[in-house]
Write a protein that binds this ligand. Structure first.
Ligand code: B12
Ligand code: SF4
Length: 527
């Protein structure tokens, strides 16, 4: 944008009306995700940034958190009379987002529909082709890009050439703007606008963006440089949330909470000093490489409720190929250290690793039983676009066969997107249930098993129905709005597109960090 445009914009009133939307769910499969007691961080971050730049007519409609369906979501958006509506979507949320956007266009064709979030980021051109109701897409980190779109829209400038966007050209084609550099100085961003959401039971707080690893199943949306907020600002956000909303829990949403261990010690010291852990339950997700005896001791002193780590598999050969930078010894050492300090642990495992066999799954279950996490989680491999797994599945490598690019099927617990050559889908689903049972039963945790069954009863019922019924599709039998399938038909994405999306995202990932690597003096952890 030119300086002339910028000064013209500085004089405007910023009376644009903007709604930011987390779309409703089609059906409740996993109550924790589908009827969450927490709002979507991305929307709070974007709203805060717009507000910091003078746009105060903003409404957040977080349909999942507010537990509202499509009709209510639409009426809430329309009641605000927006000029611009922005949608966020993971892959399993893109069709519901597209449905809301299409319905809005039917009644208000002039509303500008913007789509952002990890799905659009991972496969931008195809998403825009597949879903014509989106006018423009935002690739990657959204704050600056959204602000530039809003400013250009307000100034009635064509929405072209803005870095980090994919937009429609006058002749009906698609064009990508220049690559948007990532925001190195995360302290320059305002605190998420939590005040624009209803008070929640749980708050996800982000202390950094990025992760140095390169797991086959993850697109690592924030890039391989961990960009951190400073301890003072994090404490400020924690205290604000606790004192204003009195939540039950704060979950740190970082990919790797303790990736910078000295900084983590400093943060935990500050939390201990302020007694944060006495005021609220809190948990983190991190990586076995970045925890040790001293760290767990500090976690205990800070009164952590649970430390969660992605273990993924108990098979050494699979671990080696995964790109996570771990091995069995590292995993077992981390869990021993946690046990010494009596810190509760949660673990994520993924069944369906490349060339997975009954043998390698048994290794995973054996490890899970041995480390006996308080909260075990076993997902099924899902070929999210932009990942090496999707690339392999599309090429028929790794023992995979792609079943579907119907994004509604892209759920890690019971989705039906992938088939496996060495092992049938039903066998895999059987192992998934068996794994949960083994962890609880072999460790004589009968009460915990009962609690688990009660908590996840809806998902378990749907899962059993699907397995017994022999249905591969998760969405089988789910009732949808009657025009849902027509408005969100999703047949356009092919295996070749998935291969291309992996290539394109790997390239974008690198380019969005080129100058950060040379500019920053902040220490960078590379795997
Ligand atoms: C924390 C987290 C969660 C939390 C969310 C908590 C919350 N309140 O938001 C929980 C645990 C609930 C969760 C659940 C799931 N998650 Co999750 N999650 C993450 C994680 C670690 C961080 C996400 C985050 O909040 N980032 C911080 C915000 C600020 O970043 P952001 O969301 O990317 O938003 C920025 C940009 O994307 C963009 N943007 C986003 N939306 C929009 C909208 C507009 C209009 C614009 C302009 C820009 C824009 O701007 C934002 C600010 O820069 C990511 C990994 C990661 N590093 O991102 C995985 C990740 C997003 N999750 C993933 C998945 C798969 C899931 C599940 C589907 C798992 C499952 N059950 O199958 C569920 C979905 C639940 C649901 N349907 O609601 C995948 C998504 C892959 C994909 N292609 O979909 C990721 C990438 C992890 C991975 N390893 O693959 N998740
Ligand atoms: S450790 Fe792996 S799964 Fe976790 S955020 Fe990093 S790359 Fe993704």
């Amino acid at each position: 944008m030119t300086s002339a445009t910028n000064s013209a914009l500085a004089q405007t009133n910023h009376d644009l009306r903007i709604v930011l939307v987390n779309p409703p769910v089609l059906a409740v499969f996993e109550p924790w995700y589908d009827t969450p007691d927490f709002g979507r961080v991305a929307l709070a971050c974007l709203a805060a940034y717009l507000r910091q730049h003078g746009y105060s007519n903003i409404k957040i409609v977080d349909a999942k958190f507010e537990r509202i369906g499509f009709d209510k979501c639409l009426s809430e958006i329309l009641a605000f009379e927006p000029d611009i509506v922005g949608y966020t979507a993971f892959t399993n949320e893109i069709k519901p987002a597209a449905y809301v956007a299409a319905k809005l266009k039917e009644v208000k064709p002039n509303i500008l529909n913007i789509i952002g979030g990890v799905h659009l980021t991972s496969i931008p051109a195809k998403t825009m082709q597949e879903f014509a109701m989106f006018d423009i897409g935002v690739i990657g980190e959204g704050e600056d890009t959204l602000l530039e779109i809003v400013r250009a829209y307000e100034a009635k400038l064509p929405l072209i050439d803005i870095a980090g966007t994919i937009y429609r050209t006058a002749d009906g084609g698609l064009q990508q703007g220049p690559v948007r550099e990532r925001i190195m100085d995360q302290d320059s961003l305002p605190m998420p606008a939590w005040d624009l959401m209803k008070p929640a039971g749980t708050y996800y707080v982000q202390t950094l963006r990025g992760c140095p690893f390169n797991c086959l199943f993850c697109m690592n949306p924030n890039g391989r440089i961990a960009r951190k907020r400073s301890v003072g600002l994090i404490i400020e956000e924690l205290e604000y949330i606790i004192n204003t909303f009195h939540p039950e829990r704060i979950s740190f949403g970082d990919e790797l909470f303790s990736v910078d261990m000295p900084r983590t010690h400093a943060l935990l010291d500050a939390m201990i000093e302020k007694g944060i852990g006495q005021k609220v339950k809190w948990d983190v997700q991190t990586h076995v490489r970045y925890v040790d005896a001293a760290m767990f001791k500090k976690f205990r002193l800070a009164n952590v409720d649970r430390v969660e780590m992605g273990i993924e598999t108990g098979d050494e050969a699979s671990l080696k190929k995964m790109g996570k930078g771990t091995n069995l010894k590292m995993i077992e050492d981390a869990y021993k250290a946690a046990r010494v300090e009596k810190v509760k642990i949660g673990t994520f495992f993924i069944l369906g690793q490349p060339n997975e066999s009954s043998e390698s799954i048994k290794n995973t279950i054996k490890l899970a039983v041995k480390i006996n996490p308080e909260l075990p989680m076993f997902g099924l491999m899902t070929p999210y676009p932009g990942t090496a797994i999707a690339d392999m599945a599309a090429k028929g490598e790794g023992g995979y066969k792609m079943l579907s690019t119907d994004w509604d099927e892209y759920n890690k617990q019971i989705g039906g997107a992938l088939a496996f050559k060495n092992i049938s889908r039903r066998q895999l689903e059987f192992y998934q249930s068996y794994a949960y049972l083994m962890v609880y039963l072999r460790n004589f945790r009968f009460g915990a098993l009962l609690l688990f069954l009660l908590t996840y009863r809806v998902g378990i019922y749907k899962f059993i129905k699907k397995v017994i019924g022999g249905k591969q599709k998760m969405m089988h039998g789910v009732s949808k709005p009657k025009d849902y399938d027509t408005l969100t038909s999703s047949t356009l994405v092919t295996e070749a597109d998935m291969i291309e999306s992996y290539k394109a995202w790997s390239k974008y990932q690198k380019e969005s960090m080129v100058s950060l690597r040379s500019k920053t003096s902040v220490e960078i952890e590379e795997a």
